[in-house]
Design a protein. Structure first.
Length: 134
């Protein structure tokens, strides 16, 4: 039996992970190769950061461009269906991200946000991470 487009989309959305995503794994491998050790998804910190470096007081978030409303080509596209829902959802995500960033900074954490689109250039990613840790 063939699936309707909404069933296919529902299956696709259900498969989207919130942790251990491909971009996150790339960042984790890169940081680990740099000799840095980290904690994952600490629930005691605002926003449950993807990577936390407690001794350095540094945090890295690996954000998906679409989900967090990045201004790149991928993040700036609009869904063809249910546009009102998605624009509100992404707007709420951006507001939540801003609150999380503010809360972490008030707790004296240094935060780096790595966007999904920035992971394609591994050399630039390594340079950015080196700069963040220096």
């Amino acid at each position: 039996m063939d699936k309707t487009p909404s069933q296919t989309r529902s299956d696709t959305m259900r498969a989207v992970k919130g942790r251990d995503t491909t971009p996150e794994m790339i960042v984790r491998r890169t940081v680990h190769a740099m000799g840095k050790r980290y904690r994952l998804h600490r629930v005691d910190l605002p926003g449950k950061p993807d990577l936390t470096f407690p001794r350095l007081r540094k945090i890295i978030f690996v954000n998906g461009c679409f989900w967090h409303g990045h201004d790149c080509k991928r993040g700036d596209r609009q869904p063809k269906e249910n546009t009102d829902y998605w624009s509100k959802k992404i707007s709420r995500n951006k507001e939540r991200d801003a609150r999380t960033l503010e809360a972490l900074k008030s707790l004296d954490w240094d935060v780096l946000i790595i966007w999904e689109c920035q992971i394609k250039d591994r050399s630039a990613l390594g340079d950015r991470l080196e700069h963040f840790f220096s």
